[in-house]
Design a binder for this molecule. Structure first.
Ligand SMILES: [Zn+2]
Length: 449
């Protein structure tokens, strides 16, 4: 088996992965800001980093996966005002919806899911250290990070200072020493959420949250920091500046892994352009596993164009895999398959490998079925039995499993009583509703067509 290699944004090349502590990998991914339901673009990193974590768990004794929840943000304040509900209520509901979406997409719960509002103390400690060491300063109720005190600022994104200022659309504020300086702490009005601090009642900036929470659970230096491409600048650049200056380290994370955008007709899916599909809307049309498959069909660093047609193709691809491997007992993923994923998480090639394997099963090499199932499960696919998959109720207007099985029982009794015309009628009615019956010596099984 080959070693894991990951494209490291910091080095702009694929690198062999070696954890700082042998056999214990620490990985941090930036989680959602809980002001509204997540869309398919937000779901892509959830699925991809879930696969990366599954792959790491396969190869390392211990993996600590931390994915935070940002529950203090101006977008949350605005939406709670708009909905006329409390911030607490909004966050609670949005977190619950988020967890439902994760379950539907078979995204496993991280080992730690820290909430920003529960780590204000850690953030204030970090801010105090940055002020003491001359990396941050107080101005007009704010605390700002002084970018010129960090020689390597801009290394991750590879941007010049001018590009960074233009790219961040930085707020020009008279109290800033330099335009690129960013907020660590800002003052809160009486009606905004706030915490007491040496700088007055206020709330943290977004970047300091991830620096404080990753350090608490993974240490000042850890293995992998993951997130979407759009977080490289300014969010991750600022996380690095804060963490390295506060902890006097060279690196915050050894490997920075970024996923590409989900697009719709070539344009980035985003809240601001309005071309987004929420995971909930997608789930009203498609199965979670079909959406999951669609989200791994392109390489994680490439853009992925999302459409209903693409998810339907994914469903058909899953049908093929379920038909061949659904009832097999999962064995172990082959070294060949792990090698494919170890090469910078090449999921499209991993899926191609599975479909190639189905051909050998069809040719009579039956022991491949268990291997297909084990490999697919490493990707978080084939989590149902074949029977469950083909009986899955895609449309709420369809017959329920109970109704179908009652009909089959009635047909069985009719046949026992030699009432063949009644038995045939039941079959015809079921066929009209898309239910196919398969009679065998063991009885009657069924599937939706
Ligand atoms: Zn973050």
């Amino acid at each position: 088996m080959s070693e894991l290699r990951l494209f490291n944004t910091l080095r702009k090349e694929k690198q062999a992965f070696t954890p700082i502590t042998p056999n214990h990998v620490g990985i941090y991914a930036c989680g959602p800001t809980v002001y509204d339901r997540i869309h398919v673009g937000n779901a892509r990193p959830l699925v991809l980093f879930d696969i990366l974590v599954r792959l790491l768990r396969k190869q390392y004794k211990q993996v600590t996966y931390v994915r935070n929840i940002t529950d203090v943000d101006d977008k949350i304040n605005q939406r709670s005002l708009g909905l006329k509900i409390s911030i607490d209520q909004l966050c609670k509901q949005t977190i619950s919806d988020f967890h439902d979406d994760c379950i539907a997409l078979n995204v496993a719960t991280p080992d730690v899911e820290p909430r920003a509002t529960e780590h204000i103390k850690e953030m204030l400690q970090m801010i105090a250290t940055l002020i003491q060491t001359g990396h941050a300063y107080e101005a007009a109720g704010h605390v700002l990070f002084s970018v010129e005190t960090m020689a390597e600022y801009g290394k991750l994104s590879g941007r010049s200072m001018d590009e960074m200022i233009a790219g961040a659309r930085v707020e020009v504020a008279s109290y800033k020493k330099a335009p690129a300086d960013f907020v660590l702490w800002k003052p809160s009005d009486a009606d905004q959420p706030g915490w007491d601090s040496p700088y007055g009642r206020g709330r943290p900036g977004w970047h300091i949250e991830c620096s404080a929470m990753s350090a608490k659970y993974l240490g000042a230096e850890f293995d992998i920091h993951a997130g979407g491409l759009d977080l490289i600048f300014p969010h991750h650049e600022n996380e690095i500046a804060q963490s390295c200056c506060a902890h006097e380290t060279q690196k915050m994370a050894q490997y920075w892994v970024h996923n590409g955008y989900v697009t719709v007709n070539g344009e980035k899916m985003s809240k601001s352009t309005g071309n987004f599909v929420t995971v909930k809307e997608a789930l009203s049309k498609h199965r979670g596993e079909s959406i999951r498959y669609a989200l791994m069909a392109a390489h994680y660093r490439a853009p992925l164009d999302y459409s209903d047609a693409q998810v339907l193709e994914s469903k058909q691809a899953l049908d093929r895999l379920y038909r061949v491997a659904g009832e097999a007992i999962a064995t172990t993923p082959s070294a060949e398959f792990i090698d494919i994923l170890n090469d910078d998480l090449n999921t499209p090639q991993a899926l191609a490998f599975l479909h190639q394997k189905t051909k050998s099963v069809n040719k009579g090499t039956h022991d491949a079925a268990g291997e297909i199932k084990a490999c697919a499960q490493l990707l978080g696919l084939l989590s149902y039995s074949s029977q469950e998959w083909f009986q899955f109720d895609d449309n709420m207007q369809d017959l329920t499993i109970e109704q179908i099985e009652n009909q089959i029982e009635e047909r069985r009794i009719a046949r026992l009583n030699k009432d063949f015309s009644k038995a045939d009628n039941i079959r015809q009615l079921l066929v009209q509703q898309g239910i196919e019956l398969l009679d065998s010596a063991d009885g009657t099984s069924w599937q939706r067509k």
